[in-house]
Write a protein that binds this ligand. Sequence first.
Ligand code: GDP
Ligand code: GDP
Length: 438
Amino acid sequence: MSKPIIALVGRPNVGKSTLFNRLTRSRDAIVADYPGLTRDRQYGTGRLGKSPYIVVDTGGLSGETEGVDPLMAGQVRAALDEADAVLFLVDGRQGILPADEVIANYVRLFDKPVQVLVNKAEGYDHDVAKAEFFQLGLGDPIAISSAHGDNVEKAIDHVLEQLPEKEDEEDLELDAQPGIRVAVIGRPNVGKSTLINRMIGEERVVAFDMPGTTRDSIFVPFERDGKEYTLIDTAGVRRRKNIKEKIEKFSIVKAIEAMEQSHVVILVIDGSEGLTDQDLTLLGLAIESGRGLVLAVNKWDNLTTYQREQVKHELDSRLQFVEYAKKHLISALHGSGVGDLFKTVQQVHEAAFKKVSTSDLNRVLEQAVLEHQPPLIAGRRVKLRYAHLGGLNPPRVIVHGNQVDKLPEAYTRYLTNVFRKAFKWIGTPVTIEYKATQ
Ligand code: GDP
Ligand code: GDP
């Protein structure tokens, strides 16, 4: 369940972002693109070969010989600390540069499995391309081409195979968590801890805290209005002695993991600050996770009537691409809006897991096609013949038909909306996949 974290390091221009794109392209794409969403290019999930993973592109390490300090700066260090394995990219066409050696020495400090990947090796003899990189002293390099894909799948499988198995045990632990699993995520200081405390309500905690299986998140089972929940606490509330004490540092990887372990994600935004880039990054990752999503716009108590109107307007116009997620204007501090937030969490959970019968799906598909026919492509009408449910959380509809690869994006959006309405799929992404039939 918890996916290994792979960090990409290397000098600028060795091909890290090219590799990153290749490693994350195969992720279970949550349809369409979402206009207005700045995609974070640093974190992604993917599955190219046998198993899934989370990739972090650490950005270019200059490898300046001024000392190791510049490398130690913030982000890179944090990424390597969190990583289970490191992919160290070098440029096979340039050979070893001093900066590569500086980086090699640096990654060695972390004592993590490191795989050297000799990139841009297409058209070269792989043995020759990688020969000099043995000198880095980091084991057998693998020659790859990020741009063409040569050996990339083999390399990632090789790296993942070296990692200790941890899946089964964690799956069991996760399955043992009662009720609706809710991840509360958001950037620092938006009010996650305050909201979590508000949600749990001290007296309602029915079981003791269990240590989270991965990194630092903690599962907190609790009950509210007779319903069971398990909160996935990324803010570390349950570990602090008091609310003032901040022991957790913000980690996007932790947020990604919490979302993967959850059924429903509450993304907390600080209403008094409006939308920031980091909010949008988290939002993008939440959409990608495919989980049910609720937006909690917090600190509403802190705003004047005029400001409230402004913030509402901003959110409405900038978050159109995620209109499926309900927005709740809340005050975690005073508790206003929190009850409604719970109602939505329940609704979203129900929607994301609702089983829809094949006959109902087909009835809706038929009606949708009648009301709005798919277009003619080169004089032939695209035919959508039948549909079935391919999965839940998020709901996946598989539609069989001919020429389906030619269907315009707009038609998929239309169908998505029809299904969403018909089956009350609120708060959850919905994906449509097509299968060609003759
Ligand atoms: P980054 O700075 O490490 O993220 O590097 P980029 O991914 O931006 O790539 C730098 C340059 O190398 C770009 O011009 C890429 O097109 C090119 N590049 C990346 N991978 C390969 C490859 O496998 N073969 C070749 N020939 N060029 C590549
Ligand atoms: P976290 O870093 O996301 O866990 O944020 P905290 O819960 O620690 O809150 C950060 C600050 O925002 C604290 O000073 C809180 O008291 C304050 N805060 C949280 N929720 C609210 C709210 O609803 N209204 C107001 N006015 N302040 C809030």
